[in-house]
Unconditional design. Structure first.
Length: 454
């Protein structure tokens, strides 16, 4: 069977895909009940479960995971003796941040300039729609040639590890010959890419206390220890003057030897303002794929509006540390915690709470599954050969799956190319990428089944 009918089927399904993605984006499924109602995540999980049932999946289940969220599982049996492929996505999303900065409502899929905008459109509700498109195209053209398991996680963005712990307690559930993680992205639009490495992550919440209560800055300022000033000084210790991450004992000299990331392209992708320099040393690929990177992702302090002339008694910050392959996330957590304690000024009382952690990941790109994916991507992207790149982000589940199923091949693809601006305001997805990657995934499943028969 040629690939052309599958491509034509996916093209015809794109209007339905847009409608379904709009329905899924409409759920405000941020897995943090302090920010959004838990019912939004539950409704999104129900939607995903219903979508699987509509595609004749069996054993569809809402899995109550240890972190209080739900993951959605389903199984679609293939021909006798066929290999099993696990398809992964997540339906939870990042908070929308400053909604006033969005050009259209974040939870309303909006088409603009050839892209579809909305929180989760690329990361990773679009990934789930990609899986559906691939399976529907195969069903319409002779059937799905492999057994398929789908798992849609409910708390990936929070890094709280619910699905990881559930999988460890039920190791038979997600067992597969090959695993396709639909949560990364092409190096850029139109360049087919599989992700070979992921940085791990650790997240710490740091609190400093210096006084029993706030004080008048005129009466006490200059001698009273200001907790906010202490926090600023502490956080500054995490970077060198050139911006390089400096956590005591954590190596910062690894190099990336694969596909490079030209600085001009990075500046454009990151929307760096004219005249502002990049931070760190080495190539851009070294900095974003092969080395640790610390980011202060939140800090509690009085807002400018309504601020009073006070010395602050307490301050709190949340610190994220990305951990490259070759380093252990648990060890990095210990080093970061020790650094924070050692560099706290003025004897301020410090408490450190770990709120998330995930190990880095490195895929085996020599596996037969990669050969099958390369052939599929060459058809889906005429004139382009599949590339392998790193990714600075984290998918903690990858290492759990690799440990549980050491013989399984793991591939990482997805819709989060640079223009998607995931985790930022005005996140979007390219419908052309959705169509081409859905085609690539469908052809991969067919190619992979054929390779196993041979």
């Amino acid at each position: 069977m040629t690939a052309r009918p599958i491509a034509e089927t996916i093209s015809s399904l794109m209007p339905r895909a847009k409608s379904e993605l709009a329905e899924l984006v409409a759920f405000q499924s941020v897995a943090d009940p302090a920010q959004f109602p838990k019912s939004e995540c539950e409704a999104a999980a129900d939607w995903v479960a219903d979508a699987l049932r509509a595609e004749d999946f069996q054993d569809v289940a809402l899995l109550d995971t240890p972190d209080g969220t739900r993951s959605v599982y389903g199984f679609l049996p293939g021909p006798a003796g066929a290999p099993t492929v696990l398809l992964y996505a997540h339906y939870d999303v990042q908070p929308p941040l400053d909604e006033s900065a969005w050009l259209s409502p974040p939870f309303e899929l909006t088409e603009r300039d050839g892209r579809w905008y909305g929180r989760g459109a690329a990361d990773c509700k679009g990934g789930f729609i990609m899986h559906l498109l691939a399976l529907r195209a195969l069903k319409a053209n002779g059937g799905v040639p492999v057994s398929v398991k789908v798992i849609a996680e409910g708390s990936e963005e929070q890094g709280t590890g619910g699905l990881e712990r559930y999988a460890e307690a039920h190791p038979e559930l997600l067992a597969a010959d090959t695993i396709v993680i639909g949560d990364t992205g092409n190096f850029r639009v139109g360049l087919p890419t599989v992700t070979a490495t992921l940085r791990g992550m650790t997240m710490l919440r740091v609190t400093l206390d210096t006084l029993e209560g706030n004080l008048h800055s005129g009466q006490f300022g200059g001698a009273a220890p200001d907790a906010l000033a202490a926090m600023i000084q502490l956080l500054a210790s995490l970077r060198a003057e050139d911006g390089t991450t400096t956590v005591d004992g954590l190596a910062q000299d690894s190099e990336w030897d694969g596909l490079q990331y030209p600085e001009a392209d990075f500046r454009k992708d990151a929307k760096v303002l004219d005249g502002v320099g990049l931070i760190g040393t080495g190539t851009v690929a070294d900095r974003v794929w092969a080395r640790p990177a610390v980011t202060v992702i939140g800090i509690d302090c009085p807002p400018v509006l309504g601020a009073t002339p006070s010395v602050q008694a307490s301050a709190r910050a949340q610190v994220s540390l990305r951990v490259p392959p070759g380093q252990d996330a648990a060890e990095a957590t210990e080093l970061l915690t020790a650094h924070l304690r050692a560099h706290t000024p003025w004897g301020a009382r410090i408490s450190v709470e770990q709120v998330g952690q995930g190990q880095p990941f490195r895929a085996d790109t020599s596996s037969p599954a990669y050969t099958s994916m390369a052939r599929a991507m060459e058809f889906a992207y005429p004139g382009e050969k599949m590339q392998t790149s790193g990714m600075g982000g984290s998918i903690p589940l990858c290492n759990t799956l690799a440990a549980l199923y050491p013989e399984a091949e793991i591939l990482l693809i997805g819709l989060s190319e640079p223009e998607a601006q995931i985790h930022a305001v005005n996140e979007s997805v390219s419908p052309q990428e959705l169509e081409r990657l859905s085609l690539a995934e469908a052809l991969f499943l067919r190619n992979y089944a054929e390779s196993k028969q041979g």
